[in-house]
Design a protein around this ligand. Structure first.
Ligand SMILES: N[C@@H](CCC(=O)N[C@@H](CS)C(=O)NCC(=O)O)C(=O)O
Length: 217
């Protein structure tokens, strides 16, 4: 059965591939699994039909037969566990890769999301300018630590894995912030991910959704 995921009908990032369906699309492309996409509006995401699949009214979701999943990390892990190629065979290496997936969403992503949400929701507040350096500093600290660990390696822990899908897509959310450039290994790491044919197919597919939405007005 072909899995179906959900994605924004009209992505607020205007096709930059920053929404979290991108990491799921990329994982599907890496393993060569076909998938369908159901596009949802912001209003539809808050309706009972979508809330039955995603309790927080967000995208992405994953449905296949009787299985319904939410949380992009859980979905990518599910794909990686059912197809070869995205997690190491060796049990210890596999556990480390899964650990890096958690690190991406639980340690690196939160300060990045907080900064971008502040930019959207607090930009006109009197405290915004004073708070921004504190938010930036929290991100800088994480980027420094990540860059130290990555060193000269191509990927987080040996061969490319689902962990790199998660980390690259998390770091891409900093595009345009000016925060990545202090650690040249990180833009290079992102570029290695973006150069993968599977990434490019996933990116083109999500961009086509945005282009169609624009054309439809
Ligand atoms: N932790 C969740 C976050 C999901 C999330 O924040 N999705 C965003 C799009 S990238 C969304 O649906 N935003 C709309 C909303 O929250 O109303 C995951 O990784 O799947």
């Amino acid at each position: 059965m072909t899995p179906t995921i959900t994605a924004f009908e009209s992505s607020p990032d205007r096709g930059r591939g920053l929404a979290r369906d991108m990491r799921v699309r990329w994982a599907f492309e890496e393993v060569g699994q076909r998938y369908d996409v159901r596009l949802v509006s912001f209003a539809q995401m808050k309706q009972p039909a979508h809330l039955a699949v995603h309790p927080f009214g967000q995208i992405p979701t994953y449905e296949e037969g009787g299985l319904a999943l939410f949380e992009s990390g859980a979905i990518v892990l599910h794909i990686a566990e059912r197809h070869p190629g995205l997690l190491p065979e060796d049990p210890d290496a596999r556990s480390r890769a899964i650990g890096w997936m958690f690190a991406a969403v639980n340690t690196v992503e939160p300060p990045i999301v907080e900064r971008s949400m502040a930019g959207v929701l607090e930009r006109d507040e009197p405290w915004y300018e004073a708070r921004l350096p504190m938010l930036d500093e929290r991100i800088r600290a994480r980027l420094g630590q990540l860059s130290d660990r990555l060193g000269d390696s191509d990927w987080l822990d040996g061969a490319f894995s689902a962990a790199d899908i998660m980390m690259v897509t998390v770091l891409r959310r900093l595009d345009g912030s000016g925060l990545l450039e202090a650690h040249p290994s990180l833009p290079a790491y992102i570029a290695r991910g973006e150069a993968r044919p599977a990434y490019q197919r996933a990116f083109a597919d999500q961009l086509a959704v945005f282009a169609r939405a624009q054309a439809a007005g």
